[in-house]
Write a protein that binds this ligand. Sequence first.
Ligand code: A2P
Ligand code: MG
Ligand code: MG
Ligand code: MG
Length: 336
Amino acid sequence: MSYQREKQVAIQAVTAAAQLCEQVRQEEGSLTLTKPDRSPVTVADFGTQAVICRVLAEAFPGDSIVGEENSSLLRQPAMTQQLTGVTHYVKSQIAEATPETIITWIDRGTGQVADRYWTLDPIDGTKGYVRGDNYAIALALIEDGEVKLGVLGCPALPIHPNQPDGDRGVLFVGVKGQGTTLIPLAGGQPQTIRINECDRIESLRLVKSVESSHGNPELEVAITQSLGFTTPSLQIDSMVKYGIIARGEADLYIRLPFPLESSKRQNIWDHAAGVVILEEAGGRVTDMYGKPLDFACGTKLFNNQGIIASNGAIHDAVLATVAQEIQAPETSQSTP
Ligand SMILES: Nc1ncnc2c1ncn2[C@@H]1O[C@H](COP(=O)(O)O)[C@@H](O)[C@H]1OP(=O)(O)O
Ligand SMILES: [Mg+2]
Ligand SMILES: [Mg+2]
Ligand SMILES: [Mg+2]
């Protein structure tokens, strides 16, 4: 299958969502609400899920969508003002939107994992978004447990890695068997991207989270030291990290549980789009034991622990080092 129509619809949906997110960030004062699990969510997370689910539902009415958000917080009587805010921004993208249709569209994203389904993180890296830094809108299509298409909208990412103060706003688009392209969010020619082919250890670079509570940073640093990395790491929020490796700006992203034996598992929407984007650019993604990620078992990666995403060439060496380091008790229990 060429996935041509899926790709075109996903790009259209993510581009509209990126415009919404940037409009909210420019116009809103206080952005953050708190979900029952204490994690942050904003008017833009809800607006983005509404817009993307609406576009997908129109184009592919039979497809299930598994998204991060649902409307339960927004439907509470105390949230009327926030729902009005979401409606205002969604209307900029879809003129006929009403509070009622928006609730329906958001909850269109509470579907089940199926033989064919979409997974959506309307804003990945909400903390980065609120801080004014990087974030990603992440949409992926999965068939038979394999990611076939991934689109990552990265509105705050510089288009050219060597021009950090230049124009921003990038779409990464990966299609199984067809490679990965980078397209400026404002429009322009798709450009095929590849991972960094250089395997000189001293030039290799880790890309890591800004938020230290999201992984096991001391162990992650111990692994890169053991591998011999000397180039300072990049720090960037969200799944943008996958795109950064896919275009050769960094070589490795490690996300390990804390503590190591934690039963917590990663959400499918936090990785699916990044996996196909990086693999189609020449990279490799597995769990910390080298197993492929299993997107067929539910909303979380229940069959996988930890994530290793790399330029491919160093992957086996990284897995061997991870295996060594996780057996060293003094690093495995370190505080993040
Ligand atoms: N306390 C947490 N533990 C693990 N993951 C988290 C936590 N809080 C947020 N996340 C998720 O981690 C990812 C971003 O982390 P990072 O930028 O450090 O890579 C996002 O998917 C984010 O969810 P969200 O999509 O709600 O932003
Ligand atoms: Mg969240
Ligand atoms: Mg996320
Ligand atoms: Mg999110």
